[in-house]
Write a protein that binds this ligand. Structure first.
Ligand code: AMP
Ligand code: ZN
Ligand code: FE
Ligand code: FE
Length: 293
């Protein structure tokens, strides 16, 4: 049973449609895939049709942009009802922040002498509900300014680089509450990704577990092997679910092939049980995966 619980489609900043993504997941030998676009459930319906067609399990999810103690934290939410008002309102505010940032980023690039327009960004982001820096990066590639997304981030878009613009992210604890109220479960994505200072630390994760956090993503390309083992030990200590996933973005992110990290079936079972309990408590009808392992 091969299970990948973190992927992106063109509903956010992946390069495949939800249909293409699910078919690629089946072709890669996955039995279960979660679609976890940034801050939106827009891709779910299309992914659901494809999953039914190819006969693999789909877990409906999203990756919510949050902030905690001054730090950006990506929160994976599985099986929440996205119409639950506190969740829907949080997502709307985040998506508005994404849209309103684009003109600022374009203006900063223009100030550097780079010819790029908001229309260029809109042309590559297409029907994405969650426009992001990767779309600006793609527009820079199309303009011939950079060779790929990575170069665009390194030269212009990463924090500290000249075209970086911050945007709204929802308070982490509010979103953990909102996901639980929506009948879903929360897992912190790549908690120590691209960081060497091991924050959020074990004490913070313990407090978040008490707040209702269900798990942490342990096996992820952005974690060094030693960090994975430390996080796995913390998950065991705190009784948190430990997941592993690709964070696939189609061709938008190298070394994140579908299934490059996977989640053990017993860990998915625990997540599904916790989601069922949250759904029973909240009275929200949580959509279930198509095929249970
Ligand atoms: P944003 O959502 O606008 O804050 O942009 C963050 C997204 O950019 C995340 O999905 C990351 O996966 C992606 N990202 C960050 N750094 C890179 C990179 N060097 N190459 C490609 N994608 C990246
Ligand atoms: Zn992304
Ligand atoms: Fe992320
Ligand atoms: Fe992601």
């Amino acid at each position: 049973m091969r299970i990948d619980l973190h992927t992106h489609s063109r509903a956010s900043d992946g390069t495949q449609s939800p249909d293409e993504l699910v078919r690629a997941a089946a072709a890669a030998g996955l039995d279960v895939v979660a679609l976890t676009d940034h801050d939106t459930a827009e891709g779910w319906a299309e992914a659901e049709r494809a999953a039914a067609d190819v006969g693999i399990g789909l877990v409906r999810g999203m990756e919510i942009s949050t902030r905690h103690e001054g730090q950006s934290v990506h929160l994976l939410a599985y099986l929440p009802d996205p119409t639950y008002p506190p969740l829907a309102e949080g997502l709307t505010r985040i998506l508005e922040g994404r849209v309103s940032r684009v003109p600022d980023v374009v203006a900063r690039l223009n100030a550097l002498g780079i010819e790029i327009t908001e229309a260029d960004v809109a042309a590559v982001s297409g029907d994405s509900a969650a426009s992001g820096r990767p779309h600006v990066a793609d527009a820079l590639v199309q303009r011939g300014v950079v060779g790929d997304r990575t170069e665009a981030f390194t030269r212009f878009l990463n924090p500290g680089r000249p075209a970086y613009v911050d945007r709204y992210a929802a308070p982490l604890t509010d979103m953990i509450d909102a996901v639980a109220g929506a009948g879903g479960v929360s897992v912190i994505a790549h908690p120590w990704g691209r960081r060497s200072d091991e924050r959020p630390d074990a004490a913070t994760l313990e407090a978040l577990a008490e707040r209702g956090l269900a798990g942490i993503e342990v096996d992820h390309q952005d974690h060094a092997p030693a960090a994975r083992e430390r996080l796995r030990a913390i998950a065991t200590d705190l009784g948190l679910v430990a997941t592993g996933s690709s964070d696939h973005h189609g061709t938008g992110k190298v070394d994140h092939d579908l299934g490059c990290h996977t989640t053990p079936p017993e860990q998915l079972h625990r997540l599904l049980e916790l989601a069922a309990a949250a759904a029973a408590r909240s009275g929200r009808a949580t959509p279930q995966p198509l095929l249970l392992p």
